[in-house]
Design a protein around this ligand. Structure first.
Ligand code: M6R
Length: 614
């Protein structure tokens, strides 16, 4: 994981780098650092903890760095070595002249380190990255050409890397290269940039080149040259970045998470636009390249995803099986990739990922592609590595999501699954037309209903305050909302650190009920429909064990007030689309509890937004 950035040009280098790093904090935030070429010397500054610590440090060094015109920066999510100043990047060679920043993991670092130590390298950190610095430095000593030294050194690396490298003997230059980790080059006038992701450079340029695996770029203020792994020049083909800097502002909200929760109705409308205007029309999903014959040829669907995306996939399974008569398996990508799965050309494999960079899901998708499956990717990043593997690419268009806790991307992924299931059912003619019409109509009405919910959050806030001192929390649901229970619990634990678990309500009596007492809140997700009465009975079982009772429901039954201590009402919706409605109050509950407890809502401890390591 981690984020890297590089700049060569006339602006205040430290400022460009720290601004860039701040927009990459979703990739990690446990330490950070920069290296600058100033007054003919490589100068390195690092700080443990939040990026602000590095900014404060740099503010005291203005005199030392004012002549810098080249620099590289890093924000870290620790993999090898604890998060401290020594392990923070940039890492340097023995002489300190060469500095590098790295995103990725070097798998053969131990062997390389032993070799390098024998040849005189002196290591300061416990990181895998430091071997790259020493390896390039040793090659440079032999051939006295930095570009070639980087090429020869990276050919010896196993694993994933995106790298920016500077050397005080090679002024005005950054070398950037990548394999299995993202890196783009931003093109400016008299200045150039390198970064792990678009937000780091979008303030300065909208013109960029995405480096391919094993390509190497040489950046100076007035030129960018790109080479393949054999050192042949590659044509620089810039593309325009579609991003707006405004997307990175909190727009008056206290946290990005709250802003992103409130954006959900627009995200849903945005997703539907161009696809569904009227329930009487078939849904248009031209991105899906599966015709009737291909669908007939499919005997199963496998969905691979992690975290919140996995929960969206669980809802997707329910909807596709309900409407399309195709069996669907959903599996955590990290499990899928280390076992023998029955996957072939008759399998449709769906990869779901907000970032499109999650390493486990990317590997799962690549493995299935190699077995001949049609790959359908649902992602918020149509420019990501995963998107590039797609035979069918369904972008969810939620806009940039900054908060580590996924909210609007989840709702957008759910929309994508509904659209996909309806689309496949319409091609296969596998569902009743009136039933499909009902669901389409509900999807069209949902944004307005959620808007209504978002204007009345007083009761959710009150509930959050009441239960914020709980050490544990249980969410129960059945049927299509079982995934909602898991997602509600995940939101709460990741931002408030309360131990929260989601269970299928019918499973409570098979073990978890033993934990219930008067201290434990049990939140029952009771959306009206097939399993409403069943879950009501399960809630009663909890009441009989003196649990603290909370209901989330679209029912207007007043008797619920007798059973529950707290009833969170939401507008009534069709059961099939109820996961979209039900998750919103749970996102808010998690948000207000974490906020009330004074937690770091947008950047919870130990996490990163984009998990690019297996
Ligand atoms: O980018 P992805 O959707 O592939 O990310 C998967 C998970 O890492 C992600 O959903 C994570 O669980 C979030 N922090 C949940 O809020």
């Amino acid at each position: 994981m981690c984020g890297i950035v590089g700049y060569v040009g006339d602006r205040k280098v430290a400022e460009v780098l720290t601004k860039g790093l701040s927009s990459l904090e979703y990739r990690g935030y446990d330490s950070s650092g920069v290296a600058l070429l100033a007054d003919g010397q490589t100068k390195v500054y690092k700080a443990e903890g939040k990026l602000q610590n590095l900014k404060d440090l740099l503010a005291t060094k203005e005199d030392e760095i004012k002549t810098a015109n080249v620099g590289i920066g890093h924000i870290r999510w620790a993999t090898h070595g604890v998060p401290n100043e020594t392990n923070a990047h940039p890492h340097t060679s023995n002489s300190g002249k060469l500095a590098i920043v790295h995103n990725g993991i070097i798998e053969n670092f131990k062997e390389l380190r032993e070799e390098l130590e024998k040849r005189g390298s002196i290591f300061k950190s416990q990181t895998d990255t430091e071997v790259i610095a020493h390896l390039i430095a040793q090659e440079y000593k032999k051939i006295n050409n930095l570009q070639e030294a980087v090429r020869v050194a990276t050919a010896q690396l196993e694993g994933a890397y995106a790298l920016c490298i500077i050397h005080q003997d090679v002024p005005n230059t950054i070398i950037a290269t990548r394999r299995n980790a993202p890196l783009l080059i931003g093109l400016g006038e008299g200045e150039n940039f390198a970064a792990s992701d678009v937000p780091a450079i979008i303030e300065y340029t909208k013109k960029a080149v995405y480096l391919d695996d094993n390509q190497l770029a040489v950046l100076t203020p007035n030129s960018v040259k790109i080479f393949d792994k054999d050192n042949n020049p590659v044509a620089v083909k810039p593309e325009m970045l579609p991003w707006e800097p405004i997307a990175l502002s909190k727009m008056g909200y206290k946290h990005f998470m709250l802003k992103e929760i409130n954006e959900q109705p627009d995200v849903m409308r945005n997703f539907l636009s161009g696809k569904l205007y009227s329930a009487d029309e078939p849904i248009k999903l031209e991105e899906v390249k599966l015709d009737k014959a291909k669908l007939k040829d499919l005997n199963r669907i496998q969905v691979v995803a992690c975290g919140t995306s996995l929960h969206a996939a669980m809802v997707g399974k329910y909807v596709i099986e309900e409407l399309c008569e195709i069996p669907v398996d959903v599996e955590a990508s990290s499990e899928y990739i280390y076992r023998k799965t029955v996957t072939d050309e008759h399998t449709l494999v769906i990869g779901v990922s907000q970032s499109g960079e999650t390493a486990d899901t990317l590997t799962a998708v690549k493995q299935s592609k190699a077995r001949g499956s049609h790959i359908l990717i649902i992602t918020n990043r149509p420019d990501s590595a995963m998107a590039r593997e797609a035979d069918s690419l369904v972008p969810v268009n939620a806009g940039i999501e900054v908060s580590v806790a996924a909210t609007k991307s989840y709702v957008a992924q759910l929309m994508a699954f509904y659209a996909l299931a309806i689309h496949l059912a319409e091609i296969k003619e596998s569902a009743d037309k009136e039933y499909l019409k009902e669901i389409k109509n509900e999807l069209l009405l949902l944004p307005q209903k959620i808007e209504l919910l978002l204007t009345k959050t007083d009761k959710i806030q009150k509930c959050s305050r009441m239960y914020s001192s709980s050490k544990n929390f249980i969410f129960i649901a059945r049927g299509i909302n079982y995934a909602t229970a898991l997602e509600g619990a995940l939101k709460l634990k990741e931002i408030s650190y309360i131990n929260a678990t989601g269970y299928p309500a019918g499973e409570l009596k098979h073990g978890p009920i033993a934990m219930l007492d008067e201290t434990l809140p049990v939140l029952s997700i009771m959306m009206t429909g097939k399993v409403y009465e069943k879950i009501l009975s399960n809630a009663q079982e909890s009441k009989a064990r003196n649990a603290r009772m909370i209901a989330l429901t679209d029912s207007t039954d007043e008797k619920l007030d007798d059973l529950f201590d707290f009833v969170l009402n939401v507008p009534h919706v069709h059961e099939m689309v109820s996961p979209i409605m039900a998750i919103v109050p749970l996102q808010l509950l998690a948000y207000y509890i974490a906020e009330f407890l004074g937690k770091d809502v947008d950047q919870p401890r130990n996490l990163a937004k984009s998990v690019t390591v297996e």
